[in-house]
Design a protein around this ligand. Structure first.
Ligand SMILES: [Zn+2]
Ligand SMILES: [Zn+2]
Length: 327
């Protein structure tokens, strides 16, 4: 089968054997999304993943130890724990030190015709949710993760920094939970998309000298200056949630955290069931963020497009998936 892999430091579409394993579910991938994390892996330094990329996907189960799964449209939790350690036993496989992560760390990903995952990682997609919405389940779960981490009262004002893919999803999730959210970005076109969902928006440039505007600031800019902006905009005793995983470091003046007694929260993967419930309820509409769909064989071109500044979601479509050509 075909797969988009890192060969050395180069992205290439190559022929690889189909995954096998009687204890695994084999999923025929329909769509897979390109994420900032994929680009960070290609640039080097994020993980030393050397195989097939791709961790945002939807597909149909081709084979599984439990025949009930076969033929079902699914998404999957990408964290594969060892099953033995304290974190795994407490149900926190995403924090297992020995974990593999599909398409990110030691496990072949979904930029391929077929991906193998443990059946316990599968989530069935409700019939009312389209494949083009379901492909967002993984980033949507990550976007919703902060609801489990931070006490967001309905009265709290929340600023989301970054109008890219993740910032947009976070703003949609907060809006769906009737929270007071403002999305702050640099691109009129992208802010317009959020405004169409009724989300309040603001231009980063116009807020350059603003201070202490929000009880909670979510940093999703993917930029090195994102943390400083978040610390400037959060109120004393407020919370800054960090979502960016860019390759680099954050300059962090200690007084900017210590004096206003800001709580800093790191936030990564979330609950897939929650993401699917949001999609099924129709309260988030991530497919609006799709800018282009490329065939898998054009994977390197798709990456080039995804890397173009200002681009929202670029998808890969696998052979045999019908509809939705590039555009
Ligand atoms: Zn991702
Ligand atoms: Zn473990």
């Amino acid at each position: 089968m075909q797969a988009l892999r890192l060969v050395g430091k180069q992205l290439e579409v190559v022929d690889v054997p189909r995954p096998s394993g009687t204890d695994m579910a084999l999923v025929r991938v329909e769509y897979a999304g390109i994420c900032a994390t994929d680009m960070a892996i290609v640039e080097g330094g994020y993980t030393d993943h050397a195989g097939t990329l791709g961790h945002e996907f939807v597909g149909i189960v081709e084979s599984a130890p439990e025949p009930d799964w076969i033929g079902r449209r699914v998404v999957a939790d990408i964290n594969i724990g060892c099953g033995r350690c304290t974190a795994c036993k407490a149900g926190h496989r995403r924090h297992c030190v020995e974990r593999a992560v599909v398409g990110i760390r030691g496990w072949d990903g979904a930029f391929a015709e077929c991906v193998a995952v443990p059946p316990s990682n599968l989530y069935a997609v409700p019939d009312t949710v389209s494949a083009l919405d379901a492909v967002f389940a993984e980033p949507l779960a990550a976007a919703a993760r902060l609801l489990e981490q931070v006490n967001l009262s309905p009265a709290a004002t929340i600023g989301v920094l970054g109008d890219g893919k993740l910032g947009q999803l976070i703003a949609q999730v907060l809006q769906a939970h009737q929270r007071s959210v403002t999305l702050i970005g640099r691109h009129a076109r992208k802010l317009d998309i959020a405004a169409q969902f009724g989300i309040a928006v603001g231009f980063a440039d116009e807020l350059k000298s603003a201070t202490r505007l929000f009880d909670v600031v979510v940093e999703a800019t993917g930029r090195a200056d994102g943390l400083a902006a978040a610390l400037r905009l959060v109120r004393p005793c407020g919370t800054v949630v960090l979502k960016s995983t860019f390759h680099g470091t954050w300059p962090l003046p200690p007084a900017a955290v210590v004096v206003p007694e800001v709580t800093i929260v790191g936030s990564r993967c979330g609950d897939m069931a929650r993401a699917l419930a949001l999609l099924a309820a129709g309260v988030v509409r991530p497919a609006r963020l799709i800018e282009a769909v490329y065939d898998l064989r054009d994977g390197p071109l798709a990456f080039q497009h995804a890397r173009t500044p200002g681009t929202l979601k670029v998808l890969l479509r696998m052979a045999g998936t019908s509809g939705n050509r590039v555009g």
